[in-house]
Write a protein that binds this ligand. Structure first.
Ligand code: HEM
Length: 161
């Protein structure tokens, strides 16, 4: 069907940017896990700092392009499978759950990044901020995982089923 905007590459009804974000989130979670492992197992604090800042920059760019695409072209027609169609209640409920995780993740990441930038030295190494960072950063990391999982549930419900 001739939906507004570009079609994605995963062979579903989703748009290009939806596919880019969905695949991108899996890459982000994988790199995040690797970065945390570098700190835990190998004490590579400076590498962790750089990777986390890189991830934040990557997310900022991809999510800005994604938001622009969704605002310009919408997504509900693709979810409904017909031009002018609306998403079902079940799809909207899944989206609400996903947005709760997504919004809290953005807020947590901004807070964790700001505090780390403010309190850790360059090059990064443990100090009196470590305890607070470990607690909030673990929460931020799990929130990112849940954002990704709930995002994929929404994607499948809206654009595959
Ligand atoms: C949102 C971004 C970030 C996340 C999700 C994150 C995640 C984590 C996690 C989960 C740990 C604890 C690992 C463990 O369980 O022992 C950790 C440790 C650490 N992170 Fe981050 N981090 C982020 C950003 C940063 C930044 C920007 C810096 C530096 C400016 C930094 C510096 C450190 C340091 C020095 C440690 C070691 C703390 C210690 O064990 O004493 N992190 N990070």
């Amino acid at each position: 069907m001739d939906f507004p905007g570009w079609d994605g590459f995963l062979g579903t009804r989703a748009s290009l940017m939806l596919d880019v974000v969905c695949v991108g989130m899996i890459v982000v979670v994988a790199v995040l896990g690797w970065s945390i492992r570098q700190v835990r197992r190998h004490q590579r604090y400076e590498l962790h700092r750089r990777v986390q800042l890189g991830l934040a920059g990557f997310l900022l760019v991809v999510l800005t392009v994604f938001e622009t695409d969704v605002r310009l072209h919408g997504w509900q027609a693709r979810a409904a499978g017909e031009i002018g169609g609306k998403a079902s209640t079940a799809v909207l409920a899944t989206l609400t759950v996903h947005l709760c995780f997504a919004v809290s993740t953005v807020l947590l990441w901004i807070a964790v990044l700001f505090m780390a930038w403010r309190w850790f030295p360059v090059p990064a190494e443990p100090n009196s901020h470590s305890f607070t960072h470990r607690r909030w950063a673990r929460l931020a990391a799990w929130d990112m995982v849940l954002t990704t999982v709930s995002g994929w549930v929404f994607y499948v419900m809206a654009f595959v089923v």
